[in-house]
Design a binder for this molecule. Structure first.
Ligand SMILES: Cc1cc2nc3c(=O)[nH]c(=O)nc-3n(C[C@H](O)[C@H](O)[C@H](O)COP(=O)(O)OP(=O)(O)OC[C@H]3O[C@@H](n4cnc5c(N)ncnc54)[C@H](O)[C@@H]3O)c2cc1C
Length: 319
């Protein structure tokens, strides 16, 4: 294998597409059941939820071209141009039918292997390849690796293989912190009171964001996503998730309007990086090449992840 990409979120898929376009034999592995990472959607009975990233924007012309190709392929569409009545003219896009449509479109034609959790990576014999070891199945040998999990998870994979990183680089990487986010997905028995385009931002208390997936056009039946602030998510992290979910639903009652007939809670341990690394990727090893990428390197959003993944792949090709 010429290149192994760890993580099939936006950064990993963007990297793999650049590598494949350059003719490099590339495999993408992800521990999850599907692709997308934090660009996630879930179904509860007939209700559909975007419960990770809610929308994406494009500032970079190259990323804008990618968005246009997803629009053309029917994997994305414009949602709105501002929230809370304020139209600022900048499109917010969403996946269609839901957020995972975008990573699924990106994964088409790539060799993506899901349900493969990398435990460690070690230098192979002769030191010209990496060997990635998994929790089950055959290891993969690759001439270079791009790692795109949240940075603490990438560092844990390196530590498990006793793969050393320059100490000053290691301390800069270790300093990257992430917000947490508890996400409630609530099915309603009738419409919510959330006005077009289906969002309430920062309504106070523990809630950062409420989105009506039906008004948004993602769900055929009333279905609300509630994102808690970092502080509430941290306080409730180790406790009873169902109780935390009920508290968030109580706090959102005014906006929810109808009765909640079912709900689930998902915890995003690494929701958004707080500080961003100074460069778009980081070379943690050469001969063989090892690069870290992801939203912590180019901005805590979908666009940042894509720009980081691409830059990492271009750097690898240029080596
Ligand atoms: C609640 C929430 C709301 C958000 N809202 C927005 C928004 O509205 N707009 C926006 O632009 N951004 C938003 N974001 C941020 C956005 O989702 C991320 O910036 C972006 O999706 C990150 O992509 P990534 O590829 O860097 O990381 P990820 O999507 O996290 O991908 C990393 C992948 O690595 C895999 N992985 C981890 N460890 C291993 C392992 N050991 N072996 C194999 N695979 C592994 C994971 O399964 C994952 O799929 C939000 C995020 C969250 C959580």
């Amino acid at each position: 294998m010429e290149a192994l990409v760890i993580g099939a979120g936006m950064a990993g898929l963007a990297a793999a597409r650049v590598l494949r376009a350059s003719g490099r034999e590339t495999v993408v592995v992800d521990k999850g059941r599907g692709v997308g990472g934090r660009m996630a959607s879930r179904r509860i009975a007939n209700a559909v939820f975007d419960h990770g990233a809610q929308f994406f924007t494009a500032r970079d012309p190259g990323f804008h071209r990618s968005v246009e190709s997803w629009l053309g392929a029917g994997a994305a569409r414009e949602w709105c141009r501002g929230f809370g009545g304020a139209q600022d003219g900048h499109p917010r896009w969403r996946g269609t039918p839901s957020m995972t449509a975008v990573p699924k479109a990106l994964a088409e034609g790539l060799d993506v292997r899901t349900e493969r959790r990398v435990l460690s990576i070690v230098r192979g014999r002769g030191e010209d390849t990496w060997l990635a070891r998994f929790d089950d199945g055959e290891p993969i040998r690759a001439r270079s690796i791009i790692m795109t999990p949240p940075v603490p998870q990438s560092l844990a994979i390196l530590a498990a293989g006793e793969t050393e990183v320059d100490p000053s680089l290691h301390s800069r990487l270790s300093a990257i912190e992430y917000e947490r986010c508890l996400a409630v997905m609530a099915v309603l028995d009738g419409p919510s009171g959330i006005p077009e385009p289906g969002v309430v931002r920062d309504p106070g208390g523990p809630i950062a964001w409420i989105a009506d997936n039906a008004v948004k056009g993602v769900s055929p039946v009333p279905a609300v996503t509630i994102h808690a602030h970092d502080a509430f998510s941290r306080e409730s992290w180790g406790g009873d998730r169902e109780a935390a979910g009920r508290e968030l639903i109580r706090s959102a009652r005014r906006w929810i309007g109808s009765n909640v007939t079912d709900f689930q809670v998902h915890g995003w341990r690494y929701s958004k990086p707080v500080g961003v690394f100074e460069e778009r990727f980081c070379i943690a090893g050469d001969r063989p090449t090892l690069i870290l990428a992801g939203d912590a390197f180019a901005g805590p959003r979908v666009e940042g992840a894509a720009l980081s993944g691409r830059a990492a792949a271009e750097a690898l090709i240029g080596q």
